[in-house]
Design a protein around this ligand. Structure first.
Ligand code: MN
Length: 227
């Protein structure tokens, strides 16, 4: 086959202990912690999870400097557990879902909050408020063989050393197995897919020069600077 333009490069994320994980798609879960659902004006009942996406090449490696994006004056952080899918499937039962996980990372679902608020008000898609260039910083992935499945543990984010977000993975409304099972009813998951599993309370804006430090117990810490 002769390509009429060069094929795009594959986005990869390093794996703790060696190797690279090729990224296919990035699914994100909305409002998966009760306190965050409340701070966004929602009701933290167990409505079914909902999803939106970022392009694979929105991934930014750990320790990067990211430029403040265009077309926003309310650029916000959301610290999240990232699930890397190593084995795909459709209609995956909850009790088999964790078998599909290759590993876990710490990510940021960076958001143009003002564009998202406008999209909500006008009942338009969220794409350009969520799925823009360099909107998904992520650490190296820790394989399940090394860290198991973190179902509980601290998740927090500081900006310039000041605590902004804090929660516990155990407070997720939908846990990782339930999220994988539910999503696989809508799309066939394939190896290389990532799922960003929602953020705890305390989301807020960052400014040029700010330094973000994200943490989830047992995983690599995430460091991102805004320029
Ligand atoms: Mn999010």
């Amino acid at each position: 086959m002769s390509m009429v333009i060069p094929p795009p490069p594959v986005t990869t994320i390093p794996v703790v202990g060696g190797g690279e994980f090729p990224v296919r798609r990035i699914y994100c879960v909305g409002r998966n912690y009760a306190a965050h659902a409340r701070e966004m004006g929602g009701d933290p009942n167990r409505d079914p999870p909902f999803f939106f996406m970022k392009p694979a090449d929105a991934i930014v490696p750990n320790h990067a400097t990211v430029p403040y994006p265009t077309k926003t004056s309310d650029y916000q952080h959301e610290i999240e557990l990232v699930v890397a899918i190593g084995k795909g499937g459709r209609d995956i039962p909850v009790d088999k879902a964790l078998d599909c996980v290759f590993g876990y990372g710490v990510g940021l679902d960076m958001t143009r909050r003002d564009l998202q608020a406008t999209a909500k008000k006008l009942q338009r898609p969220w794409d350009l408020s969520k799925g823009f260039d360099q909107s998904a910083p992520c650490t190296a992935l820790s394989p399940v063989s090394a860290v198991g499945h973190p179902g509980a543990g601290a998740i927090w984010l500081t900006v310039n050393g000041e605590r902004r977000q804090a929660g516990d993975l155990a407070d997720q409304i939908w846990n990782v197995a339930e999220t994988i099972s539910y999503l696989s009813g809508y799309v066939e998951l394939v190896p290389g897919d990532l799922i960003m599993t929602g953020t705890p309370e305390g989301v807020g804006p960052v400014q040029p020069g700010d330094r973000m430090h994200g943490h989830i117990d047992g995983l690599d810490d995430l460091h991102v600077t805004i320029s």
